[in-house]
Ligand binder design. Structure first.
Ligand code: URA
Length: 435
């Protein structure tokens, strides 16, 4: 078998066999097939797509490319949650402690930022000392002990996805339904959870821009989960504007902490409660979504989830005092205002542009090798529906210095906003559920 023939077949719209996909994935992991051939193949998949059987075979080839975690030593039904990636999405930092405080064990493996979207692991590493790598024994012991651990993919879990994910990030091949579905589900399957709740983002800040594509992605992932015996539910949520106000690692940790104090932005709080409700039901702690919602609100507003967050941060080497003292998080030396160039109601915000703006400030990676600046980012002051006058502040940029590239970012943020003379209502946050 030759990689070039497989690329050729996919380029011409053919369906790849299980053996061909497994040859490609194994060869890539072993270093026999180079980046440039996998890039060409990924681009062919981007344009030609893959059928359900190919997607399932690719998922399993990636899940089996490394270690598969056996979570059976953890008591209870382990429920994992995964977002397909958005701008300002800090839900895992809130949902982890919130769901764990309801007695559902959360043994979660998270990823790093990809393209214009941030990653939970990068955000957690914004807390000094926080360890995102635990040994398997430490991971299991921590979940049994405190009900929650969140780590990056361990050394040899889904190495195929790790390599391919980083490659797709820099070859413009992220936004492909079969590549996203297999990437997400290979990790979830290898990570060993019994049940999976997926947050599929849709809109300008998501990899899937339309509800139709997002539903296709959700169905593709739910099908894979069902086929391998993991109960899977997918919520489709709006990403036509960033979630919450903060974009950037430490800034998002701060907003997550505010939310755990019961003082978070409404959209972020609502989404966290919705995803958590599904997790609590799948985890067998509530008989209905309404019962789960009531339990979760109690844990959120009583401070129980915040306490769980502190215990979790301490267990993974961070300083739990960060939950009460934001100045312990990395701080950018300069905060610049982005003034509005128009009067009116905010009609739309190009979330992807804001994700890119934060990345250009240093909050994300432009290349595989880029080093993240945890302190920098964007904090919106106006969201869809808000009124603004010319010269008033649309957003604040947390930066290291004021220079030409920061001025470009200011213009980018300004052009991400569009305005209307008439009042505007934001689109609904929760769009559908696929089970
Ligand atoms: N999230 C993932 O885990 N993989 C993708 O390909 C995109 C988003």
């Amino acid at each position: 078998m030759r990689a070039v023939d497989i690329i050729h077949k996919k380029r011409n719209g053919g369906a790849l066999s299980k053996d061909e996909l497994s040859f490609l994935i194994k060869g890539y992991c072993q270093g026999d097939i180079p980046d440039y051939q996998l890039s060409a193949w990924a681009m062919a998949v981007f344009f030609r797509g893959m059928n359900a059987e190919e997607t399932a075979n690719l998922t399993m080839a990636m899940a089996e490319s490394g270690d598969q975690v056996d979570l059976s030593p953890i008591h209870g039904i382990k429920v994992d949650k995964h977002s397909t990636g958005g701008v300002g999405d800090k839900t895992s930092l809130i949902i982890g402690p919130l769901v764990a405080s309801c007695g559902v064990p959360v043994a979660k493996m998270s990823g790093r930022g990809l393209g214009h979207t941030g990653g939970t692991i990068d955000k957690m590493e914004a807390m000094a000392g926080f360890r995102t790598e635990l040994t398997r024994d430490e991971f299991i012991a921590q979940v049994n002990d405190i009900g929650l651990a969140i780590v990056g993919q361990s050394g040899n879990m889904t190495p195929a996805d790790k390599k391919l994910y980083a490659l797709r990030d820099v070859t413009a091949t992220v936004e492909s339904i079969p590549l996203i579905a297999s990437s997400v589900m290979s990790k979830k399957i290898a990570a060993g959870a019994d049940a999976i709740v997926l947050d599929v983002k849709t809109g300008s800040g998501a990899f899937m821009k339309t509800l139709e594509d997002s539903e296709k992605l959700a169905k593709a992932m739910v099908e894979i989960g069902t086929e391998v015996g993991r109960q899977t539910a997918a919520l489709i949520s709006d990403m036509d504007q960033p979630l919450g106000y903060a974009i950037g690692n430490a800034l998002e940790v701060q907003e997550a902490i505010d939310t755990l104090h019961g003082k978070g932005p409404e959209d972020l709080t609502t989404l966290c409660l919705a995803l958590s409700s599904h997790m609590v039901v799948l985890g067998g702690r509530a008989g209905s979504l309404a019962e789960a919602d009531a339990m979760l609100r109690d844990r959120l507003y009583s401070g129980a989830a915040l306490e769980k967050f502190k215990v979790f941060v301490a267990a993974q080497g961070g300083n739990p005092a960060v939950a009460d003292d934001p100045s312990l998080l990395p701080q950018a030396p300069l905060v610049l205002e982005v003034p509005s160039e128009a009067d009116g109601y905010v009609a739309a915000i190009q979330a992807e542009e804001l994700g890119l703006a934060a990345m250009l400030l240093g909050a994300g990676r432009a290349t595989k090798e880029s080093v993240i600046d945890y302190a920098v980012g964007v904090v919106l002051q106006r969201k869809v529906g808000d009124h603004v006058r010319k010269g008033e502040t649309l957003a604040l940029l947390h930066v290291r210095e004021d220079n030409a590239s920061v001025r470009d970012v200011i213009r980018r943020v300004q052009s991400a906003y569009t305005f209307s003379g008439e009042p505007v209502s934001p689109s609904p946050l929760l769009l559908s559920v696929v089970t």
